[in-house]
Write a new protein. Structure first.
Length: 412
């Protein structure tokens, strides 16, 4: 490894002990600080949790710079109600804070880590320092023919999402972010196509999320289980594009006496899913467990045999990686992020056609894995090896470091 560089990370979300975006920001920063001196721009709301974690386990070379909007602006935007505006303004404020840091410290390179959304600008790209953008995503869309079956509210959501993405792609600051990037990393092929259309930057496909040693240790801890049922599980917010209704219908087509299906999470689709389960007469076999604390969710995952993740436009599902790390095979669609994460031999990827074909194929995949415990075990071991090789944060950061060196060694 070459000498330590000075790296600034833009991580809007960065929280120890969390999943998804906040967990990604934290894991990336901690792993990267083992190789370089790191300054992390993040939100002030995470300060207490970050400082507690650093006190427990100091990380030399890791510094946090906390940034939030002024109180009056924070009240005006209210992240839960006008989150896009809040995020945009935060990125703008990050530019001025980043500029000050660049004046005080000779930063070698800036890396935008969070949020993973390509259609919002990262204003720190405009600083006179080599810039790496991503991995970012959001270029994925639902397969044709699926939106209307999800109801009017889902149709409106998807149309508004398409509009917001189009507006973002027209934003001159998004295009400047792309053109100022020495390298852009896209979470999926769909996002890469859209990012290349913005012009100006080399774009590679590389996943945004990963697992830590703490995650692997959790999945290796002893666990007892008293029943002999084959248990399928789906985990995530109950949103129309998560496709959990496809999993419910697929399981009902099979209707096994010696298997069950648990769904962990909450959201606007809960009532619809409950009605579907009742209508199909599957109340005894399909359980909606609601939202659970992260520790309990991971325990439920480990007490299950197969993850069912029929998402219709994920950039990358962290739960897929967690399942593979826990040696549980994944059934997913051959679509967007999960299709990249779930490699051959670690699960079953179902082709994407019409809803009837998908539910039939999901049902067959469930039956195949339920009937063959040796296949489940082989896929589970292959999944664990796959995660350790490609998604373990220390390995991911080695990849980032190789990118930094290549970019910084380029002649001016």
């Amino acid at each position: 490894m070459s000498h330590r560089r000075k790296i600034m990370i833009s991580a809007f979300a960065c929280r120890p002990g969390a999943g998804s975006e906040p967990g990604k920001g934290w894991a990336c920063a901690v792993a990267l600080a083992r190789h370089h001196d790191v300054w992390v721009l993040t939100r002030g709301r995470y300060r207490g949790l970050i400082e507690d974690a650093i006190r427990r386990e100091p990380v030399p070379g890791l510094r946090f710079v906390y940034l939030d909007l002024p109180n009056w602006l924070l009240q005006a935007t209210r992240p839960g109600q006008s989150f896009q505006l809040f995020y945009y303004l935060w990125q703008l404020a990050a530019y001025f804070v980043g500029r000050r840091i660049c004046r005080e410290v000779r930063v070698d390179l800036i890396h935008h880590v969070s949020y993973s959304k390509f259609w919002a600008p990262s204003f720190v790209a405009m600083l006179p320092v080599p810039f790496v953008w991503g991995p970012v995503g959001g270029g994925e869309s639902m397969p044709a023919g699926f939106i209307r079956r999800c109801g009017f509210r889902a149709w409106v959501y998807e149309r508004l999402r398409d509009l917001a993405r189009w507006i973002g792609e027209c934003d001159p600051f998004v295009r400047i972010t792309a053109r100022r990037s020495a390298l852009a990393l896209a979470t999926t092929n769909e996002s890469a196509i859209r990012m290349r259309a913005l012009g100006g930057c080399e774009t590679r496909v590389y996943p945004a999320i990963g697992v830590t040693q703490e995650d692997l240790d959790i999945f290796d801890a002893p666990l007892s289980r008293n029943d002999t049922l084959v248990r399928f599980v789906s985990i995530g917010r109950l949103l129309h594009w998560k496709g959990f209704d496809l999993g419910v219908v697929a399981f009902a087509k099979w209707n096994p006496p010696d298997a069950e299906y648990w769904i962990v999470g909450d959201g606007p689709e809960r009532r619809r899913l409950e009605s579907l389960v009742t209508r199909l007469g599957m109340g005894a076999r399909i359980k909606l467990l609601g939202q659970q604390p992260r520790a309990d969710t991971l325990k439920i995952l480990r007490q299950s045999d197969v993850l069912v993740h029929p998402s219709l436009h994920d950039s990358g599902g962290l739960v897929c990686l967690e399942s593979l790390a826990a040696r549980r095979p994944v059934i997913c669609l051959n679509w967007a992020g999960p299709a990249i994460q779930v490699a051959e031999g670690t699960g079953i990827r179902v082709p994407v056609g019409d809803p009837e074909q998908i539910t039939a194929d999901l049902s067959r995949a469930m039956q195949q894995l339920a009937a063959d415990p040796r296949l489940r075990e082989a896929m589970g071991e292959a999944g664990r090896r796959h995660v350790e090789m490609h998604y373990f944060w220390p390995r991911k950061v080695e990849y980032y470091c190789s990118i930094y060196e290549r970019l910084l060694e380029k002649p001016a």
